[in-house]
Design a protein. Structure first.
Ligand SMILES: C[S@@+](CC[C@H](N)C(=O)[O-])C[C@H]1O[C@@H](n2cnc3c(N)ncnc32)[C@H](O)[C@@H]1O
Length: 263
């Protein structure tokens, strides 16, 4: 199964190796909080589908999980294979070369970003459901429908030629295309509305537990990276996110969403 050549080219440049590790990242910290909350205790078998170079897989393996990372980009598989305790293999979320009921958890922290067709996203969820043991958990990340609008207004990208029409199209259709040489921008992607993500999970036959904000409103907070370096502020931020995560009014207002569902 082939992925979009644009997506392959973008990820083959290796940006995922440093994206979440160069500086403290609220996306990474809060995702780890959600993994800690919902994953079964180790030892358990986790498929990290779309796991890139292993930013989460490495820590999960160190924590005692059996981790198989599956990703369509050869560079990602090569880098992840070199991590202690992580097995990695080429593959696609829509067609997992794994037996039925063979995993305790499936992470989809990336594939949904790049599946523009609803049928493809449903197929990824159905595959997750197939390979999970009954009661196994899926954690699936999506990019919010307004991500590029916020980047436009809060990070000033709207001043770049062509960006206003890109973000208008993103908001209207969810389909993010980035024509021309806008190398600093994200590649071809799908941006979800929270209700749509919930519907896709349910339609695939999984049992939806929650759709949660990952970074929530704090995606856009000035100085957030520095605040994360201070343990007291970090704790306050994580408590704030947890105490507001059930407010539906805030769901679409951050960069990423996380669906939690059971087989
Ligand atoms: C933005 S990265 C996210 C990586 C990492 N899981 C994270 O949360 O930071 C998206 C990942 O999804 C992978 N991907 C793209 N299309 C995919 C597909 N159809 N099946 C599985 N993975 C896919 C990419 O190769 C890339 O590693």
């Amino acid at each position: 199964m082939a992925i979009d050549p644009e997506v392959s080219r973008y990820h083959s440049k290796g940006g995922e190796q440093s994206r979440l590790t160069e500086a403290p990242s609220l996306e990474r910290i809060r995702t780890q909080v959600l993994l800690n909350r919902y994953l079964p205790a180790p030892p358990a078998r986790i498929l990290d589908v779309g796991g890139a170079s292993g930013v989460y897989a490495e820590g999960l393996a160190a924590a005692g999980y059996e981790v198989l990372l599956i990703d369509p980009v050869p560079l990602h598989v090569e880098l992840a294979s070199a991590l202690d305790g992580v097995q990695a293999r080429l593959g696609d979320a829509r067609d997992l070369a794994e037996p039925d009921a063979s995993a305790d958890a499936v992470l989809l922290l990336g594939p949904l970003y790049h599946l523009l067709e609803r049928d493809d996203r449903l197929q990824a969820f159905r595959e997750a459901r197939r390979v999970l043991r009954p009661g196994g958990v899926v954690l699936a990340a999506a990019i919010s429908r307004y991500a590029s609008s916020f980047d436009g207004f809060f990070r000033g990208l709207i001043d770049r030629p062509g960006f206003a029409s890109i973000m208008t199209e993103d908001r209207r259709t969810g389909r993010h295309h980035n024509p021309g040489d806008q190398s600093q921008l994200f590649t071809t992607a799908y941006f979800h509305d929270a209700r749509e993500l919930a519907d896709e999970v349910t339609e695939s036959g999984l049992h939806l537990n929650a759709v949660l904000p990952v970074e929530g409103l704090l995606s856009w907070a000035p100085g957030i990276t520095d605040r994360l370096r201070d343990p007291e502020q970090l704790e306050f931020i994580l408590t704030w996110l947890e105490s507001t995560e059930s407010d539906p009014a805030l769901l679409n207002a951050g960069s990423h969403l996380m669906a939690v569902a059971y087989a």
